[in-house]
Design a protein around this ligand. Structure first.
Ligand SMILES: [Zn+2]
Length: 234
């Protein structure tokens, strides 16, 4: 049983939250994947933030996996795109990360929203995985690995309390999940209730599930010769 830990919305626009999340993980010996947005809302192109890019490169050299997380992270960015349009956008994102010396290992659409074609497009672009809220797709086969995500929302007080309750329920009831994910967002710090729960969660889960990388997951879940999606009727 293993645990995938990631920091979403990695952008200089949310730098203080990103650094705080990284420190929280590092203090516990956990190296999270970094879900990087090349140009947050069209206003934060990474190439204009050399210090932040340098920080990312250093983290990558320490073993943090770099993951493409949309292009601008606009609302519903990938939700409506067909395969060709998604591929075009993913290719642009990959090019911009590579141009900065960052090699993306996989793709996570903003808010985990993409059509099936969008996930396939990540495989077309040569990336190793894509994911939605309930599963990780190993690419290019598209084989799905069940992987419930624990995430928080600090957008309103009600959501903050609700997301903490859901995170606890996941801890109680998903003890046997093989590959749960902890998905931290810089904005989780905007409400004290969620902020407190992050470190508590990160203290708990690794006692039961050893943190692992996406690369290790790919190695541990080899694609069978006659591949079939895990959720296909048998
Ligand atoms: Zn995001």
């Amino acid at each position: 049983m293993s645990l995938l830990v990631s920091i979403h919305d990695v952008t200089p626009a949310l730098e203080s939250g990103v650094l705080r999340l990284w420190a929280m993980c590092a203090e516990r010996g956990v190296t999270p994947a970094l879900l990087v947005v090349p140009d947050w809302h069209g206003e934060w192109p990474l190439d204009r933030h050399a210090d932040f890019v340098g920080w990312l490169r250093e983290r990558a050299s320490q073993g943090a996996e770099i993951v493409l997380h949309g292009e601008r992270h606009s609302h519903r960015e990938f939700a409506a795109l067909d395969r060709a349009a998604a591929r075009e956008r993913i290719d642009r994102g990959v090019r911009s990360l590579r141009g900065l010396g960052l090699e993306p290992a996989g793709f996570v659409p903003p808010a985990w929203r993409a059509r099936e074609e969008g996930h396939a497009a990540a495989g077309d672009a040569g990336l190793g995985f894509s994911e939605d809220e309930g599963s990780i797709r190993l690419l290019p086969s598209g084989r799905r690995v069940h992987s419930p995500a624990v995430r928080w929302s600090a957008r309103t007080p009600l959501r903050a309390w609700g997301s903490v309750a859901v995170a606890r329920a996941r801890w109680l009831f998903q003890g046997r999940a093989r590959h749960p994910r902890l998905a931290f967002h810089p904005r989780d710090y905007e409400h004290p209730r969620t902020a407190r729960d992050l470190s508590r969660t990160l203290d708990r889960w690794p006692s039961r599930h050893a943190p692992m990388t996406y690369a290790a997951l790919r190695r541990s879940e080899p694609t069978p010769l006659h591949d079939a999606p895990l959720d296909a009727p048998s």
